[in-house]
Design a protein around this ligand. Structure first.
Ligand code: NIG
Ligand code: FE
Length: 408
């Protein structure tokens, strides 16, 4: 059942089955006046309609109405299964309180932990599904989703089961972030790290509820040593490490992530030159989350230009969470990456698709519009891909296909 998508103004995509670094992040394949053919959930032809091999028999076609096709976005850092909101923290920040001060006074992660523990698994599943549907409407076809608001065995497992149970339009990949913070009832209790290592991670691995594990190494949260212990224990159980690194202060998290062979080092607003060099020399993806700087009203963004120019693999994600970045929108993130972090539109598109796919260990099958890959694509109401940033603040997505299925 081959499907032909015709009347496309443009197709724009990075290329390859591995990560893209440095100047190569600016090299998109751009086709004007080409068609896309999908069969068996995969791309089988991209090019001028007249050159389509005769053996590809078309059963159905879609008129794209002059849209631009880009790969589905791959959002590799989200905290999807949470309950409750924290909108009241916004006015507190406007009055001058910092994210850390709000957390220290019982707001912040702790307040979401209480709400998430109170929620049933069914409620969390419904929350994941609702957010995944929003993501899909903004062009995301694959997303990572973390636990980390349970902070005990039962509630971490509940969050991860909610990710698994959601009948999501977005392909979801789960991460156990039991090391997101200390439980509110046992702040600073080092024995919680023992519990993560001895009970939570083994149970998660045993039930195959996550592919990755993650830790928040930060001033006042987990030390480097504790983060390393958690991630090494996870890795020994087959859970690939990721790391919240150098978000609010420089804790040498980037170098730690690189030394552990982590899939990604995320945030990096305070990464040092040493951390940048360590990432550039590694296969650990520098995952940048500019929605967090924007929403926390910080003028400090991750040094995207330095990271790209040094040769690090850079990706972009929403960090969708109720405290520091309440958005499911990858186009918004791309706009911030370009307009605030000075990434080119081409770099941003590569970061938001193929490099994200690489960090999820999926670059062989998703992340670009290429023959043989899964047919995950977005149609934008735009004459070319530059409109993704140029025409900001509106949703240009008119259709989303995942595994060749039209979700819109
Ligand atoms: O990625 N860094 C820690 N975790 C989240 C924030 C979580 C929250 O505020 O609830 C982040 O920014
Ligand atoms: Fe996060």
């Amino acid at each position: 059942m081959a499907l032909l998508i015709r009347n496309l103004s443009q197709i724009a995509t990075p290329r390859g089955r591995g990560p893209v670094r440095g100047a190569a992040m600016r090299e998109l394949a751009v086709y004007d006046g080409a068609v896309i053919v999908i069969d068996g959930g995969r791309f089988v032809y991209i090019g001028p309609e007249r050159d389509k091999p005769a053996e590809i028999v078309i059963d159905d076609d879609v008129d794209a109405g002059g849209a631009t096709a880009i790969p589905g976005f791959v959002d590799t850092h989200t905290h999807l299964p949470f309950a409750g909101f924290r909108e009241s923290e916004l006015n507190r920040r406007l009055r001058g309180e910092s994210y850390e001060q709000i957390a220290a006074s019982g707001g912040g992660i702790a307040s979401t932990v209480h709400a998430t523990r109170r929620a049933s698994e069914e409620e969390l599943t419904a929350n994941v599904l609702a957010r995944a549907r929003t993501m899909s409407r903004y062009g995301t076809t694959t997303a990572e989703a973390k636990s980390g608001y349970g902070l005990n065995l039962d509630d971490e497992l509940k969050q991860l089961r909610a990710i698994r149970s959601a009948d999501s339009p977005v392909r979801l990949v789960a991460t156990c972030l039991a090391a997101h913070d200390f439980p509110p009832e046992r702040r600073g209790d080092a024995a919680y790290v023992d519990e993560i290592v001895e009970r939570i991670l083994p149970a998660v691995a045993e039930a195959k509820l996550a592919v990755f594990c993650d830790a928040f190494v930060e001033r006042g949260v987990f030390t480097r040593e504790q983060g390393e212990r958690v991630l090494r224990a996870g890795a020994a159980l087959g859970l690939v490490p990721r790391l919240h690194a150098d978000e609010l202060s420089d804790t040498d998290g980037a170098a730690l992530a690189a030394s552990l062979g982590a899939a990604s080092a995320d945030h990096l607003m305070h990464v040092s030159d040493r951390g940048i060099a360590a990432l550039a020399a590694s296969d650990t993806v520098a995952n940048l989350l500019p929605g967090t700087s924007f929403f926390l009203m910080s003028d400090r963004y991750a040094p995207a230009r330095k990271l790209i120019d040094a040769g690090a693999i850079v990706s972009l994600s929403t960090d969708c969470n109720p405290g520091s970045s309440m958005t499911e929108s990858m186009p918004m993130v791309i706009q911030l990456a370009t307009l605030q972090m000075k990434m080119t539109v081409e770099e941003s598109l590569t970061a938001a698709t193929l490099n994200g796919a690489y960090s999820l260990r999926l670059a062989g099958s998703i992340g670009s519009i290429e023959v043989g890959k899964r047919a995950d694509l977005v149609l934008l109401s735009a004459p070319n891909y530059l409109h993704l940033v140029y025409h900001f603040g509106v949703n240009l997505v008119v259709a989303v296909f995942r595994d060749g299925k039209n979700l819109s």
